[in-house]
Design a protein around this ligand. Structure first.
Ligand code: FES
Ligand code: FES
Length: 150
């Protein structure tokens, strides 16, 4: 079946199997920034933005993206570059596997919350798991980034 959508601001027609999940569709295209972790809607590494809202691509049927806008980090490189500078400054970078999903979630948070508290930042990111960092440096970097951008 065909699904017409927009991927990173470009119109695209996905030719998919019925029941195909967006993570599989994107990896075929190939959007390699979108990672596969648990494949069970629990870890957050497959996050993409659908109409600017974070969603888990491993549990979202591609057919449901008809007429919507899908954004991955490939589509917001300039915005993301500044964010990664804060990560570097706070020593928050480790293996990087969770970074694309985290960056997209922060991008959405920046547009949704004004001057969030550290507690609100933590709460917003509760679905983004990281196997390496212990979170504290990440939260510090994100909190500073959002504070400086507002
Ligand atoms: S791979 Fe989708 S939530 Fe873990
Ligand atoms: S930095 Fe390795 S999973 Fe987050």
């Amino acid at each position: 079946m065909k699904v017409k959508t927009k991927l990173n601001n470009k119109p695209v027609v996905f030719d998919i199997e019925p029941g195909e999940y967006l993570l599989d569709t994107l990896r075929k295209h190939p959007v390699t920034s979108v990672k596969r972790g648990c494949d069970a809607a629990s870890c957050g590494v497959c996050t993409v933005l659908i109409n600017n809202e974070p969603m888990l691509s491993c549990s979202l049927l591609t057919a449901r993206t008809e007429g919507k806008e899908i954004t991955t980090v490939e589509g917001i490189q300039d915005a993301i570059r500044t964010f990664y500078d804060y990560f570097g400054d706070e020593g928050a970078d480790q293996c990087g596997f969770c970074n694309p999903a985290l960056a997209l979630t922060v991008y959405a948070m920046k547009h949704e919350l004004t001057n969030p508290t550290l507690e609100e930042v933590r709460e917003y990111l509760v679905g983004n798991l990281c196997r390496c960092s212990g979170y504290e440096a990440q939260y510090r970097a994100i909190y500073k980034y959002l504070g400086d951008q507002s």
